[in-house]
Design a protein around this ligand. Structure first.
Ligand code: NAD
Ligand code: MG
Length: 392
């Protein structure tokens, strides 16, 4: 029986994870569930999955959750704050941690789980983008098993030799990173100037949280994934090729030097990578319909349009600059995406905010988590000031 802490249980990945877990009550049990704003949903999840702990961000949320749980006679214990998040991520009683908080907020609890040597199911790509060097070092030191949940990285993981993470055995020419192209594929920058948050969040193939949906529309998601892949698979950014594949059936591929290309295919449903990582190296039912290639009939591929989607190049440049450039990129993007969702800036201004922040700040090599946090703060302050300037 694997005992699981689910960081970000109320989100899109969290809900899909609980769906897979509930199909296999003989294999998995829930230890702790965490959530931020959706307290009603968290209460229902605690009742249904009999969590030992529930973690929220502050006292007011804890009081609300406690009263909901009391009313239904649920015995889940409620705790709150960042220390509580780190505690349920690193507790001795936990085997596996699903890291599915969105954004920089996921870094501390995910790292706590890594340092405690847990099996990590990593959805929170932002933590690797921000602190990849420290993160991977901690994985090595603790012997933690790190399994990617991001569909592209999970696909690449499945296409690599089983002992790749120990041996880094070569023979790899390139990683082919799939991108759907998002809702604005084929659009010009001019056409995207006036799009609304709801349009940006209407992804053609995947149903996801709002932040990653906007990132998918701007192709920043692919940029963050490029940096994520560099850390996960120990390759340079020039060894990764982004391929726009609008059907999202090939989730990514590995091209070997002998001309072989191994790809992982499936319906676009996050329960597949979640089930893969939960059961690895075994396989379990994910509740996902089997792929019908006759119905799909056709797979298409295009090069990404760097002119219309400058975020991809910004991320590539940040990956090459290394140091804290990716942390700065990530923080500026989080601020810009929130400002877009709040209708304070336009969609195409997201790239402008990130670009200005990257060129306005100098890069350093972050030697500690505090240094990463400091870079994150600097970038947030810079981009917030730039947004205020745009608005005035
Ligand atoms: P979401 O917005 O649906 O859910 C986010 C979760 O994080 C929620 O449970 C929320 O309560 C929690 N959270 C948000 N802010 C928090 C804070 N400040 N402190 C503590 N908890 C907080 O997001 P999602 O789509 O499930 O994505 C989660 C992560 O997984 C992201 O990093 C995303 O990039 C990655 N991911 C998601 C998908 C997908 O299909 N949804 C695919 C690949 C990767
Ligand atoms: Mg992805």
């Amino acid at each position: 029986m694997q005992r699981i802490t689910l960081l970000g249980a109320t989100g899109s990945i969290g809900v899909s994870t609980l769906d897979v877990i509930s199909r296999h009550p003989d294999k998995y049990s829930v230890y702790a569930l965490t959530g931020n704003l959706q307290i009603d949903r968290l209460a229902e999840q605690c009742e249904q999955h009999r969590a030992k702990y529930a973690v929220v961000n502050d006292e007011a949320a804890a009081v609300r959750l406690e009263s909901l749980l009391q009313a239904s006679g649920c015995a889940t214990e409620v705790i709150y704050g960042i220390d509580a998040l780190c505690q349920v991520a690193s507790d001795d009683a936990v085997d596996t941690v699903m890291a599915a908080i969105v954004g920089a907020a996921g870094l501390m609890p995910t790292l706590a789980a890594v340092r405690a040597g847990k099996k990590i199911l990593l959805a929170n790509k932002e933590s690797l983008v921000m602190a990849g060097g420290l993160f991977m070092q901690a994985v090595k030191e603790s012997g933690s098993v790190l399994l990617p949940i991001d569909s592209e990285h999970n696909a690449i993981f499945q296409c690599l030799p089983v002992d790749y993470q120990q041996t880094h055995s070569s023979g790899i020419d390139k990683l082919l990173l799939s991108a759907s192209g998002g809702p604005f594929r084929g659009w010009s920058a001019e056409q995207m100037k006036t799009v609304t948050p709801d349009q940006a969040c209407a992804h053609p193939n995947w149903s996801m949280g709002r932040k990653i949906s906007v990132d998918s529309a701007s192709l920043m998601n692919k940029g963050l994934e490029l940096i994520e892949a560099c850390w996960l698979f120990d390759v340079g950014p020039e060894q990764i090729e982004v391929i726009v594949h609008p059907q999202s059936i090939i989730h990514s591929a590995v091209q070997y030097i002998d001309g072989s290309v191994l790809a992982q295919l499936g319906n676009p449903d996050m329960r597949t990578p979640i089930a893969h990582a939960l059961a690895w190296p075994q396989r379990i039912d994910a509740g996902v319909a089997s792929l019908n290639l006759f119905e799909i009939a056709q797979l298409n591929f295009e090069r990404p349009d760097g002119q219309a989607f400058p975020c991809l190049q910004l991320a590539f440049d940040a990956a090459r600059a290394a140091g804290d450039a990716p942390a700065i990129l990530n923080a500026a993007n989080e601020i810009a995406v929130q400002a877009f969702l709040d209708k304070r800036i336009g969609f195409t201004q997201i790239a402008q905010v990130v670009g200005e922040t990257l060129s306005g700040l100098s890069f350093t090599e972050p030697e500690s988590l505090d240094a990463v946090q400091e870079s994150d703060n600097r970038a947030r302050a810079f981009s917030a000031a730039f947004i205020a300037e745009i608005e005035s």
